[in-house]
Design a protein around this ligand. Structure first.
Ligand code: APR
Length: 312
């Protein structure tokens, strides 16, 4: 099993590091355009192998896609991250060109790869990857909802003072500060609805903190976060390579599910060896569906920018 990660920056290197520690593949290739950068990150990860007890071989390359040949999964993190005050959508002008170029190069050497998109604005980058490659929809998955959901559970665990691992919570919709939809009605503490354990105000605070979770970190760090995004990317890859068939909220192409078509947006999906295998219908109520439709409108209008940039 071979996995490639494009972009050896904060998110890419963290994702490769977590995947190596979990031994998700015998070989992980990190690729970056910055001379020597991926090589350095890979060597640093390899020097933790005897300390952490893994045998995955991690190698780094500068812009040489031939070294990525035969990858079964490719994670795309290349592009610029946001700075304080920026939205994920502000990144489109730079990242769209990079993502289109990268997915074209990946497929030259790994024609059967499943592609996981992390670069932002992620919903639009996933749509661009799907449309520009013409790959079957199950092989292009955007990572955003998993991250937003773990942030949701983190804030819930703080509000309830219980372990996050005892919580279930799902965030659907676009991966943007105003487009994501933490599904508070479905969130439970081991099956007990959190709405019966928290006041409406406290639950609203958790929801709004989740929605600006990335922006909060960007303000603290001066750049966007990488620990949880990298680990979330690795979790998604794990469900693919181990054929776990976990339900993760992921950005996938919809064909009528949740009332939407011709869009990639976050919904609960079963993830296994073929990529995304099925969208799971959570039976939204009218209010939730209205929020989802509004979120889809915002994502669709961002997708429209791809035409203005002559990328589709
Ligand atoms: N090919 C390969 N690598 C590239 C390319 C390219 N065409 N263009 C840029 N890169 C590399 C950069 O050299 C850099 O090392 O992508 C890396 C991005 O790393 P960071 O700047 O550290 O950004 P990071 O925090 O990892 O975020 C990457 O993930 O979460 C999203 O919004 C975030 O879009 C951003 C992406």
């Amino acid at each position: 099993m071979k996995i490639t990660v494009i972009g050896a920056g904060n998110v890419g290197a963290t994702c490769a590091n977590v995947m190596a520690q979990k031994e998700l593949a015998s070989e992980i290739v990190l690729l970056d355009i910055k001379e020597g950068f991926a090589e350095g990150k890979a060597l640093d990860i390899m020097q933790t192998a005897t300390l952490l007890g893994f045998d995955t071989q991690v190698t780094g390359v500068t812009a040489d896609y031939s070294k990525t040949a035969g990858s079964e999964v490719v994670v795309v993190t290349s592009g610029i991250p946001r700075k304080p005050g920026m939205t994920r959508e502000d990144l489109i002008g730079t990242n769209a060109g990079i993502v289109k170029d990268v997915v074209t190069n990946i497929l030259k050497y790994s024609p059967n790869a499943i592609i996981v998109v992390i670069s932002n604005p992620m919903d639009t980058m996933t749509y661009l990857a799907l449309k520009s490659t013409g790959l079957p929809k199950n092989r292009i998955i955007g990572m955003g909802g998993i991250l937003d959901s773990v942030r949701f559970k983190c804030y819930l665990s703080q509000a309830l003072n219980v372990p996050a691992s005892d919580l279930q919570g799902v965030v659907i919709g676009g991966h943007g500060d105003t487009t994501m939809i933490p599904l508070a009605r479905f969130a439970t503490y081991n099956g007990v609805p959190v709405s019966t354990l928290l006041s409406a105000d406290a639950l609203n605070t958790v929801v709004s903190s989740t929605m600006v979770g990335g922006a909060t970190l960007t303000k603290f760090l001066g750049t966007s976060a990488w620990m949880a995004p990298g680990a979330a990317g690795a979790a998604l890859v794990e469900s693919i390579v181990r054929d776990e068939k976990k339900i993760y909220p992921c950005c996938v192409s919809l064909d009528g599910e949740y009332g939407q078509k011709d869009i990639c947006i976050g919904v609960p999906a079963i993830i296994g060896k073929n990529g995304f295998e099925k969208v799971v219908d959570f039976k939204l109520n009218a209010d939730e569906q209205a929020l989802f439709n509004k979120s889809a409108d915002a994502v669709r209008s961002m997708n429209g920018v791809l035409k203005e940039l002559n990328l589709l």
